[in-house]
Design a protein around this ligand. Structure first.
Ligand code: AGP
Length: 605
């Protein structure tokens, strides 16, 4: 999605803004721009394309110690120089960058045009610069002008605004689209993502929805939309700039896949008790009595987070024997869900900023639901909005396709399931079995990573297929869904996932040599049933790549992974599919880390 960076301090703003925008590149965008204030006038540059193109368009002498920058992901109006942000008011006094969607933009535009305003772009965002431009003339206070302008706006926004006539301050505001302040030494930053600030400061303050801030070189003030000042405590981000480097890998995606032995170990660290074979999850903020009181678990998340939630539901049902299911947060929030007091709700998000998931959490809170978060980004909106939860500690995930956050989420669910199980009927022996299984995971992931060359060969072999079917039964089904998701989003090969048991109820008609199947076949109590499915596919001349714990003559190719406890096997079975999708995408020459049409965190509806 779009990205925002803002700077005020003693240094030249443009290089800082460009560096920040580069750090936001991973979020996906199609154009970029910046504005600085110098001698009470605005200087702007905007280009369609990459931040490198913007850097090339910014002249060496682009002086100004206050400025705002933006990377845009088009929603209203095609990607173009003119639709890129910042947008200015008619007097070229106000510059605004905006993330989100102004829902009543058409109405505001008509009103402003009626008052003689000429618009330059097709964007919804431009109404903001004109509204603020008109207000600032009346009030001569940027803060007041932004407050008043936002009163007529319906929609979501994260904005940063500069006024050429007041070159010592920037006003930022948040409503549904993240804004974080970065506190430096006699300089201040603001951005939509800490990634843009991390090179300069790790002291940050997150704005809440409906909150605004004025930032100046020597400090900041925050206040609500009805102008009441708020008190904010800065906190220190535990990621540093190095976490955002590609570590010498050709792609962030491969780096993040390869990090999984370590990231899984970090998710587990300090959370297992060898004496009682229980999980220590202090962040849940629940005592044993409350933990026992839930009769259902409902998990929500989007995309891969939702698929990891399906894996989590399976783990909770098996280990804790509590009915559990997962649902896309994007659907859940719109269907007026029945919220019950004895249901534990769990929201999953790598970024902690996915708008649909955040909105679902807010709906649950309104209805009195108890919501936990399984989140990677410390201090993010979903982490703040939930009643407690589990941080993944997987480090920043830069590539658009989620990998290490997926496995860490599944591991966090295993811990949660162990916790819920051990306050109920899960025996100490089974608790011990799961703890030991969890401890084996990092080493077993290392082992799977050594299969990369073989998986690369297979990816090349299958990458030219027009589509692929992924099948799995029960524990294998979320693995199949995530495998299909990875393949389609980064290689653009059509991939469909089905429960293996459902094939004969329809999709078997699709099976032919042109539509190979990836079959997830763990050594569990369903092995024979899965092998029968392979026979059915084979009889229709379908090619089969089997991923499991043994080879089979029923398959054309096999990837054999180390065996863990049956409940934990799905975590390991996911990893070869990540490598498969990665190498298929490379073989097809795709933009692996920034697949077309997608963005890392989806902060719009
Ligand atoms: C994963 O590969 C996807 N790019 C996407 O489905 C992602 O998982 C989803 O948008 C949710 O993101 P979140 O975890 O940051 O909430």
């Amino acid at each position: 999605m779009c990205g925002i960076v803002a700077y005020v301090g003693p240094k030249d703003a443009a290089p800082i803004l460009l560096e920040g925008l580069q750090r936001l590149e991973y979020r996906g965008y199609d154009s970029a721009g910046l504005a600085v204030v110098n001698a009470k006038s605005l200087r702007t540059r905007k280009v369609k394309g990459r931040v490198a193109d913007l850097a090339a368009a910014v002249p060496a002498k682009f002086k100004g110690t206050i400025g705002i920058g933006h990377t845009r992901w088009a929603t209203h109006g095609a990607p173009s120089d003119v639709n890129a942000h910042p947008h200015l008011d008619q007097e070229q006094r106000i510059a605004v960058v905006h993330n989100g969607i102004i829902e009543n933009a058409d109405e505001l535009r008509r009103r402003l045009e009626g008052e003689g305003v000429k618009f330059e772009s097709e964007t919804d965002s431009e109404v903001l610069s004109h509204l603020i431009g008109r207000m600032v003339k009346d009030t001569d206070s940027l803060r007041e002008a932004v407050l008043r302008a936002l009163k007529s706006v319906v929609g979501t926004y994260g904005i940063a605004v500069v006024d050429a006539q007041r070159p010592g301050e920037i006003v930022v505001a948040r409503n549904g689209s993240p804004i974080v302040l970065g506190l430096g030494e006699k300089e201040m930053f603001a951005a939509s993502d800490v990634a843009a600030l991390i090179r300069y400061t790790r002291q940050v303050v997150h704005l809440e929805d409906g909150e605004l801030a004025v930032i100046k070189a020597d400090g900041f003030t925050t206040f609500t939309s009805d102008a009441r000042e708020t008190a904010k405590e800065p906190f220190t981000v535990d990621w540093d700039a190095g976490h955002y480097d590609n570590g010498g890998y050709e792609h962030y995606l491969l780096k993040e896949i390869s990090e999984q032995p370590e990231t899984v170990a970090r998710t587990l660290r300090g959370r297992m008790d060898d004496r009682f074979h229980i999980a220590h999850l202090g962040g849940l903020n629940m005592d044993a009595r409350e933990t026992r009181s839930f009769r259902r678990v409902k998990i929500i998340g989007c995309g891969s987070a939702y698929y990891s939630g399906q894996m989590g539901a399976q783990l909770i049902e098996e280990l804790a024997r509590i009915p559990a299911d997962a649902e896309p947060a994007s659907e859940f929030r719109y269907r007026s869900p029945v919220v019950e007091p004895d249901t534990l709700y769990v929201a999953i998000s790598q970024s902690g900023e996915t708008y649909d998931t955040l909105a679902a959490v807010q709906e649950l809170k309104r209805k009195g639901g108890r919501v936990l978060g399984i989140v990677n980004t410390v201090g993010s909106a979903i982490a703040r909005e939930t009643d407690g939860g589990i941080y993944l500690h997987a480090g920043p995930e830069v590539s658009v396709a989620s990998t290490k956050a997926f496995t860490s989420t599944a591991v966090a669910f295993a811990l949660l399931a162990l916790h819920l199980g051990r306050v109920r009927d899960l025996s100490p022996a089974d608790g011990r079995r799961i703890c030991e299984g969890l401890r084996r995971l990092p080493e077993q992931i290392e082992e799977i990573l050594t299969l990369e060359d073989r998986i690369k060969e297979l990816a090349k072999k299958y990458a030219d297929a027009p589509g692929m079917m992924f099948v799995g039964r029960v524990r294998g089904y979320p693995v199949a869904r995530e495998g299909a998701q990875k393949l389609k989003e980064i290689s653009y090969v059509h991939a469909e996932a089905y429960p293996a048991s459902e094939l004969k109820h329809g999709p078997l008609a699709l099976i032919s040599p042109e539509l190979p199947t990836v079959a997830i076949v763990p050594d569990d109590e369903l092995l024979d049933k899965n092998l029968t499915t392979l026979g059915e596919i084979r009889a229709r001349h379908g090619r089969i790549l089997m991923v499991g714990h043994r080879t089979s003559e029923a398959a054309d190719d096999c990837i054999v992974v180390p065996k863990n406890e049956v409940e934990l096997d799905p975590i390991l079975l996911t990893i070869p599919l990540q490598l498969f999708a990665y190498h298929a995408a490379v073989a097809l020459d795709r933009d692996v880390d920034r697949p077309r049409n997608l963005a890392k965190s989806v902060t719009v509806e």
